[in-house]
Write a protein that binds this ligand. Structure first.
Ligand code: FAD
Ligand code: NDP
Length: 496
């Protein structure tokens, strides 16, 4: 491309030009809409389409390919089975351990330091998930959506081959939405197959025990946090570069200290060189710095890839990013006019459940209710559920400076201890929470970003995210009368 730019024969790069969907309501296809993938986005899109028009013929396909370690699960996708739900429940279990420890200083006597039972936590979590799996199936049946527990693959732009162990057949659809999500990327070192991933952790029959977590993103730090919090055995995190790339650095430094305070070992710049099974059944990890250690579990949390290989997308003309297999879309429409995509499989959108759901609902309205409302992926709040949660919406200080220049950006920040920690101060000594507001100085003190590392950060940031979307200014925050004594109140008093 570069060469041809200089020689003057620059070819046209196929651009992301929106296409006209050749929708004809009196088509001859089996279905008006086929959704591939029964996760957060796919379920939302299929159900919304039927709510808009109960006469539509909608089919939802969902098939779970077992993980390399053999784990599989039911309808509902990543979030319900191997993501948000089990993760948040296990995070909560770990927090109960912290509360129990603090409880002694609040006057509760005895019984709070007994061992944690992984089996009880796992069974109760899995029971809840099975209830959700069943609920989704019932909901699909009640709405009149055809649910096929089959693996889909494109034959042409309107035809899918769908298969299970009993065989395969083809079905056709006027419009097809791809919502196949992603799967964890494997490790690349010798013996990588001995590591498990988040696809296996939550349903593991034995407690993870002494664990080596590889990676330093959301999944790695959340899992390291709750495994350590269950106080089964020590947890070591191997970090290739930095913790939580893309988050505000003041906040990640706070989360880092809190993880250390919780007892997690964090080894920066160290990776596994090899993993091997010992005679005692444990896993020997040799590290890139020459050190080695034995673990019960190695958890690979080094990112996720789009689950698009095997869909035969390129053969039908759907453009994907060769680096990660994600589908290139304009407003959820792919390069093939009747094929759409939502959720984690879409190139350049946040990999978050509410983003997938909202995109699916809005798409259903544009396809079947003549809506023009587009999905807005900006200003989406998110929280990392580490022992000290990190909630954030908007720009980090670094990103704000890049965008608006250092002279136009100011930050107010507060380092504090929540009231709840003061009575149990022995357990929290040396740790702090941090709240930070990034402000644009040249624009009426418009808030560019809000960040907090504190207990319940997810709950705090969700409320503020609404005000943020509406164009919140620092003056609005200072003009708000706080709720005392809360942690969120911090945002109404920060001036320095
Ligand atoms: P998925 O939910 O992954 O669903 C895709 C479905 O398609 C799957 O069931 C899959 O089996 C099926 N499928 C794939 N290929 C085919 C095929 N060819 N034929 C038929 N079916 C197929 N997000 C948050 O917002 N908050 C959190 O706290 C959070 N925690 C997370 C924790 C973990 C450990 C992980 C891994 C993710 C977490 N996420 C969280 C991210 C969230 O789970 C995803 O963003 C969300 O599930 C994406 O939804 P989706 O519909 O795009 O895909
Ligand atoms: P992330 O992209 O967040 O993190 C990947 C991590 O793996 C980074 O620390 C990265 O390091 C590291 N890494 C990548 N490749 C290698 C390698 N070859 N060797 C060693 N380390 C490597 O991915 P996750 O899987 O943690 O999460 C995926 C997405 O799922 C998130 O972006 C988020 O959108 C969603 N999610 C949301 C949650 C929530 O809302 N609470 C919870 C969990 C997931 P480096 O920085 O050096 O590249």
């Amino acid at each position: 491309w570069c060469k041809s730019a200089f020689t003057g024969t620059l070819p046209e790069i196929p651009g992301p030009v929106p296409n006209v969907d050749p929708w004809n309501p009196s088509h001859d296809y089996d279905y008006d809409l086929i959704v591939i993938g029964g996760g957060s986005g796919g379920l939302a899109c299929a159900k919304e389409a039927m709510t808009i028009n109960p006469d539509l013929r909608v089919c939802l396909l969902d098939f779970v390919k077992p993980s390399p370690a053999g784990s599989k699960w039911g309808l509902g996708g990543t979030c319900v089975n191997v993501g948000c739900i089990p993760k948040k429940l296990m995070h909560t279990a770990a927090l109960y351990g912290d509360y129990a420890r603090d409880a002694a200083l609040y006057g509760w006597e005895g019984g709070v330091t007994k061992n944690h039972s992984w089996q009880t936590l796992r069974d109760n979590t899995q029971d809840h998930i099975k209830g959700l799996n069943f609920g989704y199936r019932v909901e699909l049946r009640e709405k009149g959506i055809s649910y096929l527990n089959k693996l889909a693959k494109f034959v042409d732009a309107h035809t899918l081959e769908v298969s299970d162990k009993k065989g395969s057949k083809t079905i056709t659809g006027a419009r097809i939405v791809v919502a196949v999500g992603g799967r964890p990327s494997p490790l690349q070192c010798e013996g990588a197959e001995l590591a498990i991933t988040s696809d296996d952790l939550f349903m593991k029959s034995e407690a993870p025990g002494k664990t080596c977590v590889v990676g330093a993103g959301y999944v790695a730090l959340e899992c390291a946090g709750f495994i350590q919090g269950l106080r089964q055995a020590e947890v070591t995190v191997l970090v290739r570069s930095i913790l939580l790339r893309g988050f505000d650095r003041d906040l990640t430094a706070t989360v880092h200290s809190a993880l250390l305070h919780h007892g997690v070992n964090i080894r920066e710049g160290v990776m596994p060189a090899s993993i091997s099974r010992q005679d005692n059944g444990r896993l020997l990890v040799k590290m890139t710095d020459g050190s080695e250690d034995e673990f019960d579990t190695v958890l690979a949390a080094v990112g996720r890839y789009a689950d698009s290989p095997g869909l035969n997308l390129e053969a039908v003309g759907v453009r994907t990013d060769p680096k990660n297999g994600k589908i290139i879309c304009v407003n959820e429409q792919s390069s093939v006019p009747n094929i759409y995509a939502i959720g984690d499989v879409v190139h350049g959108v946040p990999e978050l459940t509410p983003a997938a759901i909202k995109a699916g609902i809005l798409l259903a309205h544009r396809l079947f209710a003549e809506s023009r409302e587009l999905m807005d992926y900006s200003k989406i709040a998110t929280t990392v559920f580490t022992p000290l949660e990190l909630g954030t919406v908007g720009l980090t200080e670094e990103a704000a400076i890049d965008k608006y220049g250092a002279e136009n950006v100011d930050c107010v920040m507060s380092s504090f201890q929540p009231l709840e920690w003061t009575v149990a101060h022995d357990n929290h000594e040396g740790t702090t929470c941090v709240a930070k507001i990034v402000i644009r100085t040249d624009q009426d003190k418009e808030v560019l970003g809000i960040h907090i590392a504190a207990p319940n950060a997810g709950e705090i940031i969700q409320g503020l995210a609404v005000a943020f979307r509406k164009g919140l200014t620092h003056r609005d925050l200072l003009g708000t009368v706080g709720i005392h004594p809360t942690t969120a109140e911090e945002f109404t008093t920060m001036k320095v």
